[in-house]
Each structure stands twice: as structure tokens, then as C-alpha cells.
Design a protein around this ligand. Structure first.
Ligand code: PEP
Ligand code: MG
Length: 579
């Protein structure tokens, strides 16, 4: 039995056999094998070459000479690489010398060659790096193909164990069979974690080296509440966790009872609870859990499961489906937040060196105007179906906001010319999720109808801590006094400008922050659907006087540790089961 501690990012308990997956988008972990297994790994390298050569030969033969035989030529070049004995020898030597797996030997050798190629000044040679990555993918498919297929055709319940999970992979998991998730990498607000929470799959991340301890088929317990993973538990531990799972389910049933009650404090202050969604079918879940609309629709997920760009109709259909659930309630559609850990890196020939500070979000849209306009047209068309609002993500300065609004006006004019109906008074808001936006909130407030505090990115950028990097996860905390000061500034500036201010980052889904948020003036929060009942229960258990006192106290504290433990203790008194 092995017990590992990580970060619980999606609550709940699961007990199931493990299925280990590797992703072609990420580095293959350096896994060691016993010296006696080296011959097997060497044979696996050889078989992978044999399989890849067979596959490519067939593909090459199937190509005719159209387009000047270009595709045929590319396959021929790949085949020449694969027939190169010295290349295979480099890999098998590595297996022998370092006792690593076939996957690792293939991946590191080819990535080294690709990296050497890409540094060559000659464009023809540097562009060959892409071919090498393609060959790597083909060989890894031979080595990992079966496991991947297993994920797509599950027939029994599993716990997925991976070095790192992408939001795309996570979103594609079959909810019926994937009972738990565990990964070496990741953080509380990494997008794969957010997706796991939305899907209601218990998950623990930042386990650092879990993949070295688990073999496919091991029994694994995921305790998403406490951030614990247990590999091959003994009978007593399994029994204890079956009990925990029962208690957790009972809490769920108890909270279901308040589904239709209002989110109001004991002294009568009404709070609006909205839901965060990634896919239109989650809107129904928001409604069933007692949410009063959609506060954040992460529309970039429309791009994550397709090879081609979504059309205007694809966008429109998704928005219409969402609005249909909440026709007379707000539905805030955030324009695509692509980039960073979402979608664009794997599509790029060379990944950005620093993607979270790179071409992401509104910056990506402002450089891809046709794509941006397609989405804006669809949102505007959907605006006649209900109370649709537009929200721009990652605004860092006034100019960006002005540019985005100008493009929106252009799209409105196009629709006017085509006599297509839309709501001319559609509300426009921005995510405040960078320190620069928070510091100029007073000025941005003049040009928008509402702010939504994206505390996930705001915390990341304020503290200079990558939200998905397990090595610095202990430094990532929205309870840091610097983050709280910025949040308070934004709320005060919004109130002065008399515009709405919401919180839609994960802070709003975490029980310990609710009293604080209410105490600093927040009246609308948008959160992950499964947490709506629990958060409502907290709201219904407190008075505004409690919340104001707590906020005053906390804002006077100057250490994250002190603040975190104070908030936890205060919340534990109200809802002990939350911890
Ligand atoms: C945030 O940054 O807080 C947010 C809600 O946006 P996302 O998590 O999609 O980056
Ligand atoms: Mg964000």
C-alpha cells in the first residue's frame, strides 16, 4: 500500500483499477525498468519501428502523384529516417545504458534530434524538425496505441493516472467509466482540474511522482476531498473509504434539499449564484443544482475537440442551446480564451517559450480577427434569444478593450446591413484577471457594464506562480494579502462606477472564501455547478455582520498562512463536512 499526498481539485471518493495514459502532446516520463527487462524494451523499440515502417509503406503506396507527388515524397523521407539503423541503435543503446522504457528512449532521442535541427540557420533543415516530431508521434502510437484505444473504448470503471492531463483529454473522458483522476502535474486551477470538477469526477493533482508507483490494473483510491491517493490499499483501508464515500453521498443528498431555496444570508442579503460551464449541456446541470444563470461560459472548449475551426453555426448552436435553459436569466458568454494551456500550443510548429505570458486569450483574438468576428456574430445572433452578455478575457489595458469593442461594432454594422436581428444594448463586460487590469479598474469601469474577477489568473499573475505547476503549488494561494488587496480594489472601483462585479474564478467555488467575498462586497458569484448547493448552504448559514467582521479582520492580516487558517476555521464551524 502506497499513500501519496497531492492537491484535491475535485471532491469525492473513488475506488477503481488504474489505467495509465501517456499523452503525445507531452514529454514521456522517464520511467526505469529492471535490468532484466531491458531486452524486452529493446524488442519493443524494434517492433515499433517495424510497425511504423509497415504503416508508412502502405500509406506511401496509397498516394498517387497528385499535387506533384508531394505527400508521397514526405512519406518517403520519413521512411528513410525509419530505415536508418544508427537511429534505432541510439535508442536501444539508451535503453541498455540507462534502463529506460522504449517510449522514453524513442521520445528523448527524437526530440534531441528535432531540437538540433530547429537550431540550424538553414530554413530547409530547421523545418525538418516538424518531420521528426511526426515520426516520434508515429512510433509512440505503435508503443502506446493500445492504451489510448482503451481510453476511448472503456467497458469497466477505471481511475485514470497520468503524468499530466490536458483539458482536451479530460473533457473527452467517458463519465460513465472514468471514476477518478490522478496526475503528477497540475494545480488547483489548471484547466484540466476545472474540467474534472465540472464533470464531477474526483481528482487529485500535483502528486509529483505517482506514475512511478502505479502499474496499470492496480487498485487506486482517489480522495478528492483530502488530496490523497492510495495505491493497492489493504482491505481495512478500502472499507474505511467505502464509509467516507457513503458519507459524502449523504451530504450531497442533504444539500439537494435546499436546491430551490434562495441564496440569502440569515439577515436577508440576497446573493446571486451563477454557474461556470465549458459545454452547453452543463447548463442543465447548473439549473438542476439551483444556479440562476451562467456567469462564465468558457467557449474555447468548442475548439478543443475538433480538428477544424468551429463555424458560425457551430458557435450559434452551442449558445442557443445554453440560452434555451436560461432564457430569462443572464448567460455570460466569454469570447475564446485560447492559448496558454488551451489548444494553440499543440497546433504550433514551435511552442511558445512562455505561453501564459504569450499569445493567449484576447491577444490571440485581436491577431485572428476573422475568427473573432465569427464568434461575435454568433453571440450577437444568440442575443435575441435571452439575456446574453459578452465578456472579454485577459484584458490588460484600455486599448485592448477599445479594440475589442471596435471589432464588435464592426460586426454589429455587418449584421445591420444584412438585416439580422441582435440586441443592440447587449451588455459588455471584461474579466479582471491581470494585476494591470485590477490597478486601472477605475478607468476600465467607464467602458464596460460589468467586471468579472478571474481570480485564477489574477492569483497566478500577481504572485508570479504558474497555476498548473506542481513544483510551486504551495506558493499559489488566493488568500495571499497581495491578491486580496487587488480584489478589494476592483470591487471598490466597480461600486464607485456603479457597475456590477462578479467573481468567477475558483475562489467562488471554495467554501472557505465565501464569507470573505461577501464581506468585501461581492453579491454575485459564478462557480462550478457541483459546488452550488454547498456554497448556498454556507450563504444561508451566515449573517452579513459575520462576513463584514471576518473581512475586516482578514484584510488587516499580513500573512497568507494566517489568513488561510483563519478562513478555514471560520468555515469549518459552519459546514464541518466541507473539509
Ligand atoms: C480565471 O482566470 O479566474 C478564470 C475564471 O478564467 P480561466 O480559469 O478560464 O482562465
Ligand atoms: Mg482566466
Amino acid at each position: 500500500m502506497e499513500i501519496k499526498k497531492g492537491i484535491g481539485v475535485s471532491p469525492g471518493i473513488s475506488i477503481a483499477k488504474s489505467l495509465i495514459i501517456d499523452s503525445e502532446d507531452y514529454r514521456i516520463p522517464r520511467r526505469l525498468v529492471k535490468p532484466s527487462q531491458r531486452t524486452t524494451e529493446v524488442q519493443r523499440v524494434r517492433n515499433a519501428f517495424k510497425g511504423a515502417i509497415g504503416e508508412l509503406t502502405e500509406l506511401e503506396a496509397a498516394q498517387d502523384q497528385t499535387e506533384g507527388g508531394k505527400i508521397k515524397d514526405i512519406f518517403a523521407v520519413h521512411l528513410r529516417f525509419l530505415h536508418d539503423r544508427s537511429l534505432r541503435k541510439r535508442m536501444t543503446d539508451l535503453v541498455h545504458a540507462e534502463s529506460v522504457t522504449a517510449e522514453y528512449a524513442v521520445s528523448t532521442t527524437l526530440r534531441q534530434i528535432a531540437s538540433d535541427f530547429s537550431k540550424v540557420k538553414d530554413a530547409y533543415i530547421s523545418e525538418r524538425a516538424a518531420d521528426i516530431y511526426d515520426i516520434e508521434r508515429r512510433l509512440l502510437k505503435q508503443l502506446l496505441g493500445k492504451k489510448r484505444e482503451d481510453v476511448e473504448h472503456l467497458t469497466e470503471e477505471v481511475t485514470i493516472v497520468a503524468r499530466e492531463l490536458s483539458p482536451t483529454q479530460t473533457a473527452g473522458f467517458n463519465r460513465q467509466f472514468v471514476k477518478g483522476l490522478a496526475s503528477d502535474a497540475g494545480g488547483r486551477t489548471s484547466h484540466a482540474a476545472i474540467v474534472a470538477r465540472s464533470l464531477g469526477i474526483p481528482a487529485v493533482v500535483a502528486l509529483e511522482d505517482l506514475t512511478e508507483y502505479v502499474r496499470g490494473g492496480d487498485t487506486v483510491i482517489i480522495d478528492g476531498n483530502r488530496g490523497i491517493v492510495i495505491v493497492n490499499p489493504d482491505d481495512q483501508t478500502v472499507q474505511q473509504y467505502q464509509e467516507y464515500a457513503k458519507e459524502f453521498a449523504e451530504l450531497g443528498h442533504r444539500l439537494d434539499a435546499i436546491k430551490d431555496m434562495p441564496a440569502v444570508t440569515r439577515d436577508g442579503t440576497k446573493i446571486t449564484l451563477l454557474g461556470n460551464i465549458e459545454f452547453p449541456d452543463e447548463a442543465q446541470q447548473v439549473s438542476e443544482r439551483g444556479g440562476q444563470g451562467i456567469g462564465l461560459y468558457r467557449t474555447e472548449f468548442l475548439y478543443l475537440n475538433t480538428e477544424s475551426e468551429p463555424t458560425e453555426e457551430d458557435h450559434f448552436k452551442a449558445y442557443a442551446e445554453t440560452v434555451d435553459v436560461f432564457a430569462d436569466r443572464p448567460v455570460i458568454i466569454r469570447t475564446v480564451d485560447l492559448g496558454a494551456d488551451k489548444y494553440t500550443q499543440s497546433k504550433r510548429f514551435a511552442p511558445e517559450p512562455n505561453p501564459f505570458l504569450g499569445l493567449r486569450s484576447i491577444r490571440f483574438c485581436l491577431q485572428n480577427i476573422m475568427m473573432f468576428k465569427t464568434q461575435l456574430r454568433a453571440i450577437l445572433r444568440a442575443s435575441v434569444l435571452g439575456e446574453v452578455k459578452i465578456m472579454f478575457p485577459l484584458i490588460t489595458n484600455l486599448q485592448e478593450l477599445m479594440q475589442a469593442k471596435m471589432i464588435l461594432r464592426d460586426v454589429m454594422e455587418d449584421l445591420d446591413e444584412e438585416s439580422i436581428a441582435y440586441n443592440k444594448d447587449i451588455q459588455i463586460g471584461i474579466m479582471v484577471e491581470t494585476p494591470s487590469a485590477a490597478l486601472i479598474a477605475y478607468s476600465l469601469a467607464r467602458d464596460v457594464d460589468f467586471f468579472s474577477l478571474g481570480t485564477n489568473d489574477l492569483t497566478q499573475y500577481t504572485l508570479a506562480v504558474d497555476r498548473g505547476n506542481e513544483l510551486v503549488s504551495a506558493l499559489y494561494s488566493s488568500a495571499d494579502p497581495a491578491v486580496l488587496r487587488l480584489i478589494r480594489t476592483v470591487i471598490q472601483d466597480a461600486h464607485k462606477a456603479q457597475i456590477d462585479v462578479h467573481v468567477c474564478g475558483e475562489m467562488a467555488s471554495e467554501p472557505e472564501y465565501i464569507m470573505l467575498l461577501l464581506g468585501i462586497g461581492v453579491r454575485t458569484i459564478s462557480l462550478t455547478p457541483p459546488m452550488i448547493p454547498e456554497i448556498k448552504q454556507i450563504i444561508r448559514s451566515v449573517t452579513m455582520e459575520d462576513c463584514n467582521n471576518l473581512a475586516r479582520k482578514v484584510l488587516g492580516m499580513n500573512s497568507e498562512r494566517q489568513i488561510s487558517s483563519y478562513l478555514r476555521n471560520a468555515t469549518r464551524k459552519i459546514l464541518p463536512e466541507a473539509f
